[in-house]
Design a protein around this ligand. Structure first.
Ligand code: MG
Length: 257
């Protein structure tokens, strides 16, 4: 069941969202050639601990529990990359996805950052990913149903010449990180049944994943890392967004800025 959030609950979610934004600013400040993805994860884990925030990703159930507070996905990795010994290199793009719970309420956001100077295709891909998220947030205030938003996201991706990943979707968010509804970045006959009405009080994690090439994915032997099937790069942009009577409000504002 979709639970609508009150004004007061949304304000509490803004606190969690603010800390997620702070975590992103910290990650961004650390991204540099030679830095390992585990070092970035450790810094974010410490930040959450300092604020007595519960990291939402560490221990997330799967075939093996997710081992880190941050998903760090480099280049052809789409989402769910495990931080480790990999050292960032100039020309990489690095997607950081993290979430935390503060006083019982959750925030979740992802952003793709360049390491030094990246090639033209990666630049265009990052710009398109950011734009698709912007289009979705704006459309949240004008469309009647989610399928209308997803249609606008698809149109934007197509006009940029890139593809949206369909295997992973966004989600409702509140006292739990993953709440109903599922928030797909596409529409098709098969998801019609899961469409939902856009009403004030909805809080959604909207998270387009955009591939330079084909939308298909595969999962690495670590059970988590999703990579593009064709090895071409991918980006991931996500905000936690509340739909209020005044329109859409980004609760993770500051991420990527
Ligand atoms: Mg999410």
């Amino acid at each position: 069941m979709i639970t609508l959030k009150s004004r007061r609950e949304i304000e509490r979610m803004r606190v969690a969202g603010g800390l997620v934004a702070q975590a992103h600013q910290l990650a961004r400040s650390l991204i540099a050639p030679g830095v390992t993805t585990a070092e970035i994860d450790a810094a974010l884990e410490q930040l959450f601990a300092q604020h007595s925030a519960i990291p939402l990703f560490k221990g997330f159930p799967g075939e093996v529990p997710f081992p880190a507070v941050t998903c760090i996905s480099v280049n052809e990795a789409i989402v769910h990359g495990i931080p480790g010994t990999y050292r960032l290199q100039p020309g990489d793009i690095v997607s950081i996805d993290t979430g935390c719970k503060v006083n019982g309420w959750c925030g979740d956001a992802a952003w793709t950052y360049p390491v030094g100077v990246v090639d033209d295709e990666k630049q265009r891909l990052m710009a398109a990913g950011e734009r698709i998220l912007e289009v979705a947030i704006q459309a949240l205030g004008t469309e009647k149903r989610w399928s209308g938003v997803a249609r606008q996201m698809m149109r934007e991706a197509r006009s940029a010449g890139f593809s949206l990943v369909e295997q992973f979707v966004g989600h409702g968010i509140g006292q739990e990180m993953h709440e109903p509804p599922q928030v797909p970045n596409y529409t098709s006959a098969s998801v019609k049944g899961e469409d939902f009405e856009l009403r004030p009080g909805l809080v959604l994690a909207i998270e387009p994943m955009v591939n330079a090439g084909v939308p298909d994915i595969r999962i690495l032997a670590d059970h988590w890392t999703a990579v593009t099937a064709d090895g071409r790069p991918s980006v991931h942009f996500e905000h936690t967004v509340a739909l209020t009577n005044q329109g859409p409000e980004i609760l993770t504002a500051g991420v990527g800025k």
